[in-house]
Write a protein that binds this ligand. Structure first.
Ligand SMILES: [Zn+2]
Length: 238
C-alpha cells in the first residue's frame, strides 16, 4: 500500500500555503495519525492575509483572525505544534528562496519521517484554477526541494549545519490536491472531526450553507476509485 509510510510515521510535518488548506485536504488523515500517537506539526507558509472581501478588513486583522482559527482547528484534531512564516498571501512564488531556506531549517530541526504538502506538479496539462493556485504550487515546490534536495545535503545552507543542525532525509512526500492521486486514507472514523475543524475557519466557511454535505461529497469522490466510502487522496513521492 502506498499509504504505508504515512500510516506508520511517528513524525509528520504538514506544509501548506494557507490556513484551512490542511483541514480541507488532509484533516481526517491528520486526526487519524494523531489518534495513533504520531507527532504532527503544521507549517503555514502564509496566514491568508488577503483572503477577505469586506472593505473594513485589514491584512493585519485578518492575519490574527486566521491564525487564531487555525490554532482552534488544529487543536480539534490534536495538533498544537505550528509555525507561521507569514509570507504574503498570493505572493508565495516570489518568496521561493527564503521559503526553501526556512523549510530546510525546520526539516533539519524537526526531522519528520514524512511530509504532507501540495502537489506542485498538478494541473500543468490543463487550466484548472484550484490546482494552479500560485501559492499552492509555490508551497509544494519549496517543500519538495527542501525535503528531497536541500535538507539532506550539508552544502545547502551550511550556516544551519554550523549552527548545530544535522542533515536530514525525509522518507516520502504525500501530495494533496493532486490530479494524479495514487492512494487514499480511509477517514470514515475521523470525518466528523475533520468537519468540526473546518468549521473553526469561520472567516472562510461561515457562509457555506451545507458544510458537512459539501465535504462529505468531496470525501466520497476521493475514495470512489478505491471503494472507500469517505477518504482523502494522496500522491506518493519518494
Ligand atoms: Zn489554499
Amino acid at each position: 500500500m502506498s499509504t504505508d509510510l504515512l500510516s506508520s510515521a511517528r513524525k509528520v510535518m504538514v506544509i501548506v500555503a494557507h490556513p484551512d488548506d490542511a483541514e480541507i485536504q488532509c484533516g481526517g488523515t491528520v486526526a487519524r495519525l494523531a489518534r495513533q500517537g504520531a507527532a504532527v506539526s503544521y507549517v503555514l507558509c502564509t496566514s491568508g492575509n488577503r483572503g477577505a472581501s469586506e472593505p473594513a478588513m485589514t491584512s493585519e486583522r485578518l492575519t490574527a483572525l486566521r491564525e487564531a482559527e487555525q490554532r482552534t482547528a488544529a487543536a480539534r484534531r490534536g495538533v498544537s505544534d505550528m509555525t507561521f512564516w507569514r509570507h504574503d498571501d498570493g505572493d508565495l512564488a516570489y518568496a521561493a528562496q527564503p521559503l526553501r531556506r526556512e523549510l530546510t531549517g525546520l526539516i533539519r530541526q524537526q526531522r519528520p519521517d514524512v511530509i504532507i504538502t501540495h502537489d506542485p506538479f498538478a494541473g500543468l496539462g490543463r487550466y484548472e484554477v484550484c490546482y494552479l493556485h500560485p501559492d499552492h504550487r509555490a508551497a509544494g515546490q519549496a517543500a519538495f526541494e527542501a525535503a528531497f534536495f536541500c535538507a539532506g545535503g550539508s552544502l545547502f545552507y551550511p550556516d544551519q549545519i554550523a549552527a548545530g543542525l544535522a542533515p536530514h532525509r525525509v522518507a516520502a512526500l504525500y501530495l494533496v490536491m493532486s490530479d494524479a492521486p495514487d492512494s487514499c486514507v480511509d477517514i470514515g472514523d475521523t470525518f466528523a472531526v475533520k468537519v468540526a475543524a473546518i468549521q473553526a475557519h469561520h472567516s472562510q466557511w461561515g457562509k457555506q450553507p451545507d458544510l458537512e454535505g459539501f465535504f462529505r461529497r468531496m470525501a466520497e469522490q476521493s475514495g470512489a476509485r478505491w471503494g472507500v466510502p469517505l477518504a482523502e487522496a494522496f500522491r506518493l513521492m519518494q
